[in-house]
Design a protein around this ligand. Structure first.
Ligand code: ZN
Ligand code: ZN
Length: 181
């Protein structure tokens, strides 16, 4: 079971290959990356953000129509929220194997900090691996360095390493004994 990543045209260009490779290494699972072919909706005129749950439903529909059974992560640059949250970095729906990550707030520029491509790449890796981890059945982890830690802000996110702790690694092997190399 390969993981599929759909990289939207609006998402940071040039990072799709290194990000996908590193996510594949972190989770020890094959990852394929494609230019995003799907259209998503869910824009909230009041909030000027996209509702991530609506985006996940668009992914669900696309997967159903195209008989895609593998977990699918969409990487976009539009800012996203879920009901009851001001914003989120990403969201996963393990039941259907669909996830989305937004690079909007992963950019330093969003927070009036100097641009940092390396930090941006690392954050997309940790967030992407985190949401895919959920799709593979992993829960949140107490180790703040682990990609399955639950970040509340960019600072928390930057504490994470592009690394899965031994406990989560073991859990993943138990959950997917065949597909993990
Ligand atoms: Zn999470
Ligand atoms: Zn962990």
């Amino acid at each position: 079971m390969d993981i599929q990543i759909f990289w939207d045209r609006g998402a940071p260009q040039g990072l799709e290959i290194p990000v996908s490779r590193t996510i594949s290494q972190v989770l020890d699972i094959p990852v394929q990356v494609f230019t995003n072919p799907l259209l998503y909706n869910g824009f909230s005129i009041n909030r000027h953000q996209f509702d991530a749950t609506a985006i996940l439903s668009c992914i669900d529909t696309y997967k159903r129509r195209n008989n895609i059974e593998s977990p699918l992560l969409l990487v976009i640059s539009d800012d996203i929220f879920k009901p009851a949250s001001l914003y989120i970095f990403g969201l996963a729906r393990p039941r259907t194997g669909s996830a989305v990550v937004s690079a909007a707030r992963l950019r330093n520029e969003f927070w009036d900090l100097p641009s940092d491509e390396k930090a941006l790449g690392n954050r997309i890796i940790t967030e992407g691996a985190h949401e895919i981890g959920h799709l593979l059945g992993l829960e949140h982890c107490q180790d703040e360095r682990c990609v399955m830690a639950n970040p509340e802000c960019l600072d928390d996110l930057d504490h994470k390493k592009t690394w899965l702790c031994d406990d989560c690694k073991m859990r993943l092997k138990t959950l997917h004994p065949v597909c993990i190399r």
